[in-house]
Design a protein around this ligand. Sequence first.
Ligand SMILES: [Zn+2]
Length: 305
Amino acid sequence: MPAPTSIGSPQSVKLTIGPYRIKPIPTGVFGLDGGAMFGTVPKVLWEKTNPADDHNRIEMEARALLLDGGPGQRILIDCGIGGDFVAKYGEKFGPKFAEMFSVSDTSSVEKSLATHGLTTRDIDHVILTHLHFDHCGGATKADANGKLIPTFENARYYIQKENYDTAVRPNLREKASYYAPNFEPLREAGVLEFLQGGVENLLPGVSVQTTNGHTHMQQVVKVTDGRETLLYCGDLIPTSTHVRLAWVMGYDLDPLTIIDEKREVLAQAAEGHWTLFFEHDPYADAARVTASKGDYQVTERLSLV
Ligand SMILES: [Zn+2]
């Protein structure tokens, strides 16, 4: 679906931060209920920027991010839904799942890496913001015998321990988003690193900070060299339309908490001229923002090339 004319085309920008070339890795497009994506915001408002299909679903990208610092320093943040629905979820659940969420496999993490001349073997670190299926499904794949194994053969995977604990025993509200086949094979293979809270310089120039409004202990990822700063927003700010403080998802566990968390991040982003990277925006990779009348608004949408 093309972007509505009210949004306009994003500006193409090449971005390098410290040792890292910044490379968006689209992994596929899916659809989620527009009402659920915008919580209490009426459809007459959100449909101007995010038109719905005939099942009221809006288009969502599952956009991972590669921080490419060359061999030994390639960091992937999140990895999309992943294919192999039948292998992962069983005969009955597989195709149903793809249909319900309108999952299209026009791209995949493998195909996107290939456009940069890379394969899954070239990834050294995978930072998972949280274990909802649209963020970590690509972390596991089926081998020739149908056994689920880590997708990125040589990588360490980083997740907040408390988010993992939530994913293993999900509450009723989030049960449909946490699937063990996406993360238990990582733990079994011994490649999962558990983090306890925010970490400065987890990797050179790369820090994680935790947020709790969307789910318990999500981690967003900040990349900085002291001059340029990029924040991978995960589900804290899933699209550029969600920059406005009160535009939060019906999926969020605690709307008032996420509004406070957004306010804190957006104040720093506006002040520091940060690039905010959006995992789910169908029309732009990233944006820059400014403060406006007690709220925040997008000043420019970016396509990172
Ligand atoms: Zn989520």
